[in-house]
Unconditional design. Structure first.
Length: 403
């Protein structure tokens, strides 16, 4: 709809356009400039202008009979939506409340189990897996000792004719003929790999996975070198015996079965032995009476902690739903009051819209004050702002009492 043009300022206060005049359209900000000019930006008489703004605001809120019916219909639809929303939140609240009660029951049972566990001590440990694991670990330890003794000797001193290099039953007899240093070498050489296996167990306990990876890479490289030397030695023996016409070349290692046998019988078995060693040592630690009880109590504490975290999450959701219900209740109450007001001919006041309108008026007041009184504009604006706040607080309080 086209609006009539705004009229220019009039120096006479009496000629300020009446905001209640239906034929006149003036913005709140424009009226704020007019009021500030005619009052010389003096906040002492600001109440009268604010009262006029309030009267205009009330007139703008009035509706004809059909408009009132439409507004009531819309409000009742909104009330129905809010009640449905409230019902949904209540259902969610009930569900979370049941989850919270169940979590509290679980925490209580866990606390009772923890006390009972302390009183009765730890139950008897299951020794069978430990005994089986220990037996296999001991056998694999002997196997690795023999394997690395034989293969290490072959890698350092050559593969005996007719031998695969890593299977040499006479390795200690041959080493004896070469002197005590060789015997010491073949006895101590496997200790390197057995020691690294123990280090892997310690690193697993401390979760030093990068260190474990370095140890495994070193072992794989060592086994690959041993495998290469054995494959080369076996091939050279076959060449010297005229069983093959090709002299050894590096690329032949990838087609030599002995190379892969060393990796499988050495490195792969070494991995299995290391895992079993870790299991046996860790299991032995857990089987100690005090340690077993300590571990079970730690597990119980961890379960209780997890349940308490879950309980806190449920409580947070309950608080959130209760907050939503409080907001919905307030909105329902306001809308029901608005319906009653419209039905009884009382126009409900939109407080937020009133504050916005007053704020727009004050923007005009401050704009004129800053332009015409730059020297003491801050002082005048502060006085006007305090006056406006006082008026608005009183008005909102009175409206809340009326409704």
């Amino acid at each position: 709809m086209d609006q009539p043009p705004e009229q220019p300022f009039d120096n006479n206060a009496e000629n300020i356009p009446n905001p209640n005049n239906q034929g006149w359209k003036i913005t709140y900000q424009h009226y704020g400039k007019v009021a500030a000019r005619n009052m010389n930006a003096n906040a002492g008489n600001l109440d009268s202008s604010l009262d006029n703004i309030y009267e205009r605001f009330l007139n703008e809120q009035k509706l004809d009979e059909d408009g009132i019916k439409q507004r009531i219909k819309k409000l009742r639809e909104e009330i129905l939506q809010k009640r449905n929303q409230k019902e949904g939140v209540n259902v969610e609240l009930l569900s979370v409340g049941q989850l919270k009660d169940a979590t509290e029951d679980r925490i209580e049972r866990l606390e009772i189990e923890k006390v009972t566990l302390k009183d009765t001590e730890a139950p008897a440990a299951d020794y069978l897996p430990f005994v089986i694991g220990l037996f296999i670990t001991i056998l694999l330890t002997f196997y690795l000792f023999v394997f690395y003794s034989s293969s290490g000797y072959s890698a350092f001193y050559g593969v005996k004719q007719g031998s695969l290099g890593f299977i040499n039953p006479n390795v200690f007899a041959e080493a004896k003929n070469k002197g005590g240093g060789v015997i010491a070498l073949i006895v101590l050489f496997p200790v390197i790999f057995l020691g690294m296996g123990f280090l892997i167990h310690d690193a697993l306990s401390k979760r030093k996975y990068l260190f474990i990876m370095c140890l495994l890479v070193f072992t794989l490289i060592a086994d690959a070198i041993i495998g290469y030397k054995i494959a080369q030695g076996v091939h050279n023996n076959e060449f010297n015996a005229d069983l093959t016409a090709d002299q050894w070349q590096f690329h032949m290692v990838f087609s030599e079965i002995n190379f892969y046998l060393v990796l499988v019988l050495g490195f792969v078995v070494y991995l299995i032995w290391g895992a079993l060693l870790h299991y046996v040592l860790h299991k032995h630690y857990e089987m100690q009476p005090d340690k077993a009880l300590e571990i079970r109590l730690e597990n119980m504490d961890r379960k209780i902690f997890d349940q308490r975290q879950t309980l806190a999450e449920h409580q947070a959701r309950i608080n959130e739903f209760k907050g939503q219900l409080a907001i919905i209740e307030n909105e329902l109450s306001d809308k029901e009051k608005d319906v009653i007001g419209y039905e009884n001919g009382v126009v409900p006041i939109n407080i937020s819209l009133l504050q916005s309108s007053i704020g727009e008026f004050m923007m005009g007041w401050f704009s004129y004050t800053n332009m015409m009184y730059p020297v003491d504009a801050n002082k005048r604006s502060l006085e006007a702002r305090e006056k406006q706040k006082e008026w608005l607080d009183i008005k909102i309080l009175s409206l809340s009492k009326e409704h």
